[in-house]
Design a binder for this molecule. Structure first.
Ligand code: HEC
Ligand code: HEC
Length: 370
């Protein structure tokens, strides 16, 4: 029971009418045929939970009908061309692990999010209702193109929307290794050739032709390899949690009255500066499990015993405030490691997280849903 199954195959898959139709059909299906749970294998996996979770947790960015762009640059998960070419593995990985340096967070319990594996699968089953019934013929062969020509084409046609090397642009991060490691060449060829009509991605089949598309696929494949300068990094270890967005309030003023480590800064100074929207990074120095359970809103996890993997990503022009609960043993260790590695604007929260809690200041955590 897939949307569009009842339609003739000659309706173009990209027609917005079809997307609407499929959606309406789906809604009717869910409302008046509640007994059809067991029709296919994928749908026996609790579609109501998938839908409930999707609407509650995902639609705020991806839209109630998967139309995308309800917030930020969250792509159109319901787009027929996306659904026709994307694998369950990519969906599962994106949802479970998130995408570094974007607002797409990791949703799996394993990564500190609310979703057990079965609920991730239920969401995937729900998303698949938007998959068109006509199969697309995807060519997964190795690219025959040239990276150099691909680079020239990319600079002329893609960089404005997708950013240099496919990250940090206005639209979905196509250079993100987490994506590239999990898509086949067929997905890339299809996306570039057909585009995503109505979702802001033009198709390039007519302008660049098959040869141009091969060159672009060769370029994207090359981006999977670490950047040349990253190869030299001595901190090759993978951190336990991704750093997330730093600093807080990137455009805010510098905080006043902070004392450089080994000086300590009081909660009476730090709290008002957070409220004022000052630019800073709150570093939770404890083990990531403690961070995941509860932390100060906006804080990032940088465990005191293994901070090296984060050094490259931490800003050097913003104040770094380490805190822990003990109340200052772990934060002092972290502050010392930061100073040793050339960070200058470093301090610790003098009273620690205990005092923060005692005063009933807000905290947040990634507790599992009940
Ligand atoms: C705060 C906004 C936000 C929320 C909430 C959110 N996402 Fe995302 N999501 C994004 C953004 C932004 C991207 C694109 C990231 C990038 O550029 O790589 C994305 C990417 C994805 C992708 C990969 C799509 C692709 O084209 O590669 C999937 C799948 C996805 N999200 C599913 C979900 C699901 C399921 C949920 C709910 C459990 C969810 N998202 C919640 C913002 C969000
Ligand atoms: C006008 C802006 C724009 C231009 C130009 C553009 N793209 Fe896109 N691209 C997008 C948007 C927006 C999406 C996501 C569409 C969606 O939500 O389904 C996208 C999606 C993609 C995807 C699929 C990624 C995914 O995870 O679903 C690939 C691959 C891609 N673009 C490659 C390219 C290449 C290569 C070029 C240059 C030849 C290019 N794009 C030019 C806006 C653009």
């Amino acid at each position: 029971m897939r949307p569009g199954a009842a339609q003739s195959a000659d309706v173009p898959a990209t027609s917005p009418k079809k997307l609407l139709f499929a959606t309406a059909w789906l809604l009717v299906g869910t409302v008046i045929i509640p007994g059809c749970k067991k029709t296919t294998e994928s749908e026996s996996r609790q579609p109501p939970i998938g839908q409930e979770r999707y609407e509650r947790m995902c639609s705020v960015c991806h839209g109630m009908e998967g139309e995308g762009y309800a917030a930020d640059k969250a792509p159109a998960l319901g787009h027929p061309e996306f659904q026709a070419s994307v694998s369950d593995e990519l969906l599962r990985h994106a949802i479970s692990e998130g995408r570094t340096d974007t607002t797409m967070s990791a949703w799996s319990i394993k990564r500190g999010g609310p979703l057990p594996p079965a609920e991730v699968d239920a969401i995937i089953a729900y998303l698949r209702k938007w998959k068109p019934s006509e199969a697309r013929r995807l060519n997964n062969n190795k690219s025959t193109g040239s990276i150099d020509r691909g680079q020239a084409l990319y600079t002329n046609n893609c960089v404005d929307c997708h950013g240099k090397r496919g990250v940090g642009g206005a639209n979905v991060g196509i250079g993100n290794p987490e994506l590239l490691k999990r898509v086949d060449n067929g997905f890339l060829r299809h996306a570039i050739a057909q585009g995503r009509s109505g979702a802001g991605m033009p198709g390039f089949w007519n302008t660049l032709g098959p040869a141009g598309i091969e060159d672009l696929v060769a370029l994207l494949r090359d981006w999977e390899n670490p950047r040349p300068k990253e190869k030299k990094h001595k901190h090759a270890k993978v951190p336990p949690l991704p750093l997330g967005e730093v600093p807080m309030n990137p455009d805010g003023p510098d905080p006043k009255g902070f004392l450089v480590h080994p000086g300590r800064t009081s909660i009476d100074v730090i709290k008002p500066e957070i409220e004022r929207g000052a630019k800073m990074v709150l570093l939770d120095a404890r083990a990531p499990s403690a961070f995941t359970r509860e932390h100060i809103p906006g804080a990032v996890s940088v465990p005191f015993y293994d901070p090296e993997p984060y050094f490259d990503e931490l800003p050097r022009d913003a104040w770094l405030i380490a805190y822990c609960s003990c109340p200052t043993a772990e934060s002092t260790k972290l502050a010392a490691a930061l100073k040793k590695n050339g960070f200058e604007k470093v301090t610790i929260l003098k009273e620690g997280l205990k005092e923060w809690r005692k005063r009933k200041y807000p905290t947040e955590g990634g507790k599992a849903e009940k």
